[in-house]
Design a binder for this molecule. Structure first.
Ligand code: GDP
Length: 299
């Protein structure tokens, strides 16, 4: 058993693998519960969720016989119980239109791709969509957003590189209002290196939006890269300081088995999780299905 080897950490991130072999005796005992808790922590679910799941398992099954498969199913059920309350699709409900969705997150998290995927989902539901290139700091960001927009056939409002993001947003809201757009999705800079600057920039965008529509932005969606593990959680802390985060989208849940961080985020922050990214293609954004995700995580 792992603990006998001086806290040797399994190299796998996969909870399912980490749960394999933890059922020592045929009954659920303290040693097995300890190993389950360790496996949960190693798999990025975080100490709070790990503790809660351990306690629930103990409460329901301590001393009862359990097979490995039953243990995994029981863990999946407890994970689903943590995830269900935060599963909340991003819906277009704003009146008057447009619904303004500010998308924030560090560069490389998958922000631009996620904006395109979201726009595509809304289009499929027959909503009119407009994008705003609010990350004026990186010319590449504006360019990339335009490439995606061309591909899916939506307009992008942009300004010059180095220009004022708030003025781009102002123009975008005007255009969205004039043309009867349902959802305006705003890209923003992802420079966390300079928190103060980013905070000022987002505050200025909010101010401009608020003047045009006191309800806007209706959503402030933080995009997180699941492959960053615990670091993704630190980003929630930082972005909560600079903006009023209203929900999360976690990307790159394909390929890696880092889904545990979703559970940690749900347990620690309780923020709505709108969707998950499972690939680089336009239709690789999935609704967040807590039961399915729990099953995939726990195997
Ligand atoms: P940004 O800098 O935050 O705007 O990030 P991008 O949208 O440019 O994405 C960075 C990289 O991550 C690109 O190569 C994307 O194709 C990739 N990416 C984004 N979302 C996902 C996802 O859900 N799964 C995978 N595998 N790759 C993704």
């Amino acid at each position: 058993r792992d603990r006998l080897f001086g806290g040797f950490r399994k190299t796998s991130d996969r909870l399912s693998e980490n749960l394999t072999g933890v059922v020592g005796t045929a009954k659920l005992d303290d040693a097995t519960l300890d190993d389950v808790e360790d496996a949960l922590i190693v798999s990025d679910l975080g100490p709070a969720a790990a503790r809660r799941i351990r306690d629930k398992l103990a409460e329901k099954r301590f001393g009862l016989s359990i097979t490995e498969q039953e243990l995994k199913e029981a863990v999946a059920e407890e994970i689903a119980a943590i995830l269900r309350p935060v599963a909340k699709p991003l819906e277009i409900t704003a009146f008057p239109r447009p619904q303004v969705i500010l998308v924030i997150g560090v560069n490389g998290s998958g922000k631009t791709t996620t904006i395109a995927k979201l726009a595509h989902l809304f289009q499929e539901d027959d909503y009119g969509v407009l994008l705003a290139a609010g990350d004026t700091f990186r010319a590449a960001a504006i360019g990339q957003l335009k490439v995606w927009a061309d591909r899916i056939g939506v307009d992008v409002v942009s300004g010059p590189e180095g220009g004022d993001p708030a003025s781009v947003v102002f123009d975008a809201v005007k255009q969205a209002t004039d043309t009867g757009i349902d959802a305006l999705i705003v890209d923003t800079a992802g420079r966390l290196q300079n928190k103060r600057e980013l905070m000022d920039e987002l505050a200025k965008i909010r101010k401009v939006l608020g003047r045009l529509n006191p309800e806007a932005p209706h959503d402030v969606v933080l995009v997180l890269d699941a492959t960053n593990g615990q670091n993704a959680l630190n980003q929630i802390d930082v972005f909560k300081e600079v903006a009023n985060v209203t929900g999360l989208i976690m990307t790159k849940l394909d390929g890696t088995a880092r889904g545990g961080v979703l559970v940690a985020a749900a347990e620690q922050y309780g923020l709505p999780i709108h969707a998950i990214g499972v690939g680089e293609k336009i239709d690789d954004l999935r609704p967040f299905d807590p039961d399915l995700v729990a099953k995939v995580i726990a195997g």
